[in-house]
Write a protein of this length. Structure first.
Lengths: 485, 320
């Protein structure tokens, strides 16, 4: 079920009314309703996927109790390792097995051995990368004694399957999300209004920005050979914004939906294209994933390699970034995307600026200083190069894309089919970037506007956003990019 | 919670006013290229405005033609008039069954034709019908049928254009609009026909194509057939000729022929009338005036041969 669909609207209204009317004084039954709703939401796409989710949830529920129950640190570590391996194993089997079989066959072929290998017919469960990461973090947090295991299975299962976030995140941590499941959740007017606002902004990002940019990126990626260098460059820039507005749009809608139900979900983006270096970018992009990997992969590796100086940090970062890339899917493009981003950290680590966080300077007009602007543009272009690899079907296609950019003159007018619509998209994109710059301290662009504007002005703004959605939304259904991960 | 629900209701009420007003201002002030989901093609193609203005004065004709551009560029009322048959052409650009239904609901009773010749083109059964609905909304006064059509198509562009059109209708903003009778190579001929200056088509190769029919269009087509039967007019379905090279590229024409002949008397002129790509067409789809003469003469001949209801009456009147 898509978050932007009539079915979801109907589903949510029914759930919302039951949640706050008959069940308003009973947290446990509210959780039960959320769990039922989440399983319905998840099974709506394909009921066959539900047993895996329920089975994995049950397994990790008992594993959590077992880890807490054992007295010796050794046994606890062993059980945690089993949990991590199980989580990773589920992910490897469903998402990566065929990729490994193919790659192994390719390797043997490269070595001159002709072995017949067959891939398996495996159904990829949607949202698997998101819920397995939640399961893994649950057992690790218990092992680290940062939380107690939950006796209440319904609450635990609700955390794993929470419908706004199961398909595309954010990946909430158990110790921030689960306590909310045990608190009384009476209707909070301010939080609900904030949720509606965030959903509206997310819809604007997705329907107006991302979907319109998709028209041109799809067009160019479908005809790399026939596109000029400037068109390819422009399409690469468009894709960076498309991916950002698509994914952050979904995150806003998920967080907003959570707020309507009384939950505060982890923020996933913090204006990443205003980052002044690559490290800064990765602290702002897909925050729930990068912080998860920082805590559970980078930090332990960094400690392990601490005697190796900068070399240890570089190695830990590169492993971490390759995993960030590979998390997206079973394709060498994602591994190379991760490796490329990892290598971009090297100059920062060697110059010592990796751990430094600098506050951005602004001129009297509130705009970035020239130096910061150049740094932002440079970081954006480095990230855009990586996203070309990310978007490509395979390494050859990515290489071809770069080759086409650099093999013909760049100074020419980009050409897209439907140039009239490009103009409105570019105008909207420019306004969007400016707005994001001026509100960059907020969780999302129109957050807390009640502090600055009176109700008539606020409502006029919401109504205008709805009008812009109606006027500029793409009329061809375009699924969220991160659904495939 | 009560405050929240009240606020939502009040906001929805605001939207109901705000959206149309902003849409109207946007439509007036912003150029069409910068408003992708609002298209108001008044007087843009096929002399639709003139045709829909003229139709309001038409009462009781022998034949009413409906269908896409192949209808208003293919059935010349002057040729029928010369054979003693009165007619009016209510074709519109890319008219799909959804639009045919609207136009018939609006004008069938007033025109009260004895025979309806419905030009059926596989392409109009395969598209969603969004663009052609905008053509009708912009060039005619809108009524309940327009609203029904918008709901049926359920497309944001249609809703936006409908709202915009209704406001323009209410403010009578089109009252001073005048469409020139000659636009480029097109000349509007009284009776709904559009004559193109004589030109000849240069043949190009056409990739093969298989039609995938749209379920909504098939339902609307059934409704059109029932509407005509219910009114008591005779119905003949006609597939007007297109260039033989293009026709040959359609892979499932026989399925379409079966579909049509199951519903009424049906003539596929691509099979009946041998025409030449270059001599009788000005583009891949449309007949030039030489082709129109041949096509219409053949159609009249077939009508007489098959003694269509009104022809029978006409012949009787002539004999008396």
């Amino acid at each position: 079920m898509d978050l932007i669909s009539f079915e979801f609207l109907l589903f949510f209204i029914v759930l919302f009314l039951i949640y706050y009317f008959p069940l308003k004084n009973n947290t446990r039954t509210q959780n039960g309703l959320l769990l039922l709703g989440s399983y319905f939401f998840y099974g709506y796409a394909n009921i066959k996927l539900l047993p895996l989710l329920i089975g994995a949830t049950l397994l990790f529920y008992y594993l959590g109790i077992a880890i807490n129950g054992v007295k010796s640190e050794k046994k606890s570590s062993l059980l945690t390792t089993v949990g991590v391996l199980l989580g990773v194993g589920i992910l490897l089997y469903f998402k990566y097995l065929n990729f490994f079989i193919d790659s192994f066959a390719d390797l043997l072929k490269f070595l001159g051995l002709n072995v017949q290998m067959h891939t398996l017919s495996i159904l990829l469960p949607i949202g698997i990368s998101f819920f397995t990461f939640r399961l893994i973090s649950y057992v690790i947090e218990i092992h680290r004694s940062k939380m107690e295991p939950r006796k209440d299975f319904v609450a635990f299962a609700t955390y794993i399957a929470f419908f706004p976030t199961i398909l595309s995140g954010p990946i909430d941590r158990p110790n921030t999300f689960m306590p909310q499941l045990h608190k009384k959740r009476a209707f909070d007017y301010a939080l609900a209004v904030d949720g509606c606002r965030q959903i509206l902004w997310g819809m604007f990002k997705k329907l107006v920005m991302a979907d319109n940019l998709a028209v041109y990126t799809d067009q160019v990626w479908g005809n790399i050979q026939g596109s000029s260098a400037s068109t390819l460059l422009m399409a690469a820039i468009f894709y960076s914004f498309q991916l950002y507005t698509d994914f952050s749009g979904y995150s806003d809608m998920a967080i907003g939906t959570g707020k309507l139900l009384g939950f505060r979900i982890t923020n996933n983006f913090n204006y990443p294209f205003f980052a002044t270096n690559v490290a800064d970018f990765w602290r702002r992009w897909h925050i729930s994933l990068t912080s998860w990997l920082t805590d559970y992969v980078f930090m332990p590796l960094n400690i392990k390699f601490r005697n190796w100086g900068n070399g240890g940090i570089i190695l830990a970062i590169i492993i971490n970034m390759v995993l960030v890339g590979m998390w997206h899917g079973a394709n060498w493009t994602f591994a190379v995307f991760g490796l490329y981003n990892g290598l971009l950290f090297v100059p920062l680590i060697l110059s010592g600026s990796f751990f430094k966080k600098k506050k951005q300077k602004v001129n009297p007009y509130g705009l970035p200083s020239f130096i910061d602007l150049m740094k932002m543009a440079g970081t954006f272009m480095l990230i855009t190069i990586g996203l070309v690899i990310f978007r490509a079907k395979n390494i050859e296609e990515a290489m071809n894309y770069f080759y086409r950019i650099f093999s013909s003159p760049l100074i020419s007018m980009p050409v897209f089919v439907g140039m009239g619509r490009v103009l409105s998209t570019v105008i909207l994109l420019s306004i969007f970037i400016l707005i994001e710059w001026f509100v960059r301290e907020k969780q999302y662009a129109i957050a807390n506007i009640e502090l600055k504007f009176k109700r008539p002005a606020r409502w006029a703004l919401y109504a205008f956003l709805i009008f812009l959605i109606g006027m500029y939304m793409r009329t061809v259904e375009t699924p969220f990019i991160y659904f495939q991960f | 919670m009560k405050k929240f629900i009240t606020s939502i209701a009040a906001f929805l009420a605001l939207i109901i006013v705000f959206y149309p007003v902003t849409l109207f201002v946007w439509g007036i002030c912003i150029s069409s290229g910068l408003r992708p989901n609002l298209n108001y093609p008044i007087g843009i193609s096929g002399h639709q405005y003139s045709r829909l203005k003229e139709v309001k004065n038409i009462h009781s004709v022998d034949i009413l033609f409906v269908g896409p551009s192949l209808a208003y560029r293919g059935f010349d009322p002057r040729i029928f008039e010369a054979n003693g048959i009165t007619s009016f052409n209510l074709g519109s650009s890319n008219q799909t069954p959804v639009q045919t239904k609207v136009l018939l609901k609006r004008y069938l009773r007033q025109i009260n034709p004895k025979l309806i010749i419905y030009e059926v083109e596989p392409e109009t059964f395969s598209v969603d019908g969004v663009e052609s609905s905008l053509d009708i909304m912009a060039n005619d006064k809108n009524d309940l049928n327009s609203i029904r059509m918008a709901v049926e198509l359920n497309h944001i562009k249609v809703y936006n254009t409908l709202i915009y059109s209704l406001i323009r209708d209410a403010l009578s903003l089109n009252s001073s609009f005048n469409e020139p009778m000659i636009k480029g190579e097109d000349k509007y001929v009284a009776g709904g026909f559009v004559e193109k200056e004589i030109r000849f088509y240069k043949k190009v190769s056409c990739p093969s194509k298989t039609w995938d029919f749209n379920e909504n269009q098939l339902i609307a087509f059934k409704e059109v057939v029932n509407l005509i039967k219910h009114h008591g007019s005779e119905l003949i379905l006609v597939n007007a000729p297109i260039t033989p090279s293009l026709y040959r590229s359609y892979m499932n024409s026989s399925i379409f022929d079966h579909l049509m002949s199951d519903n009424s008397k049906y003539y596929n002129f691509n099979e009946i009338l041998p025409l030449n790509d270059s001599l009788h067409f000005y583009d891949a789809f449309h007949l030039n005036q030489n082709g129109v003469k041949l096509f219409d003469s053949k159609l009249i001949e077939l009508l007489k041969e098959n003694q269509a209801l009104f022809i029978e009456r006409l012949t009787t009147v002539e004999q008396h």
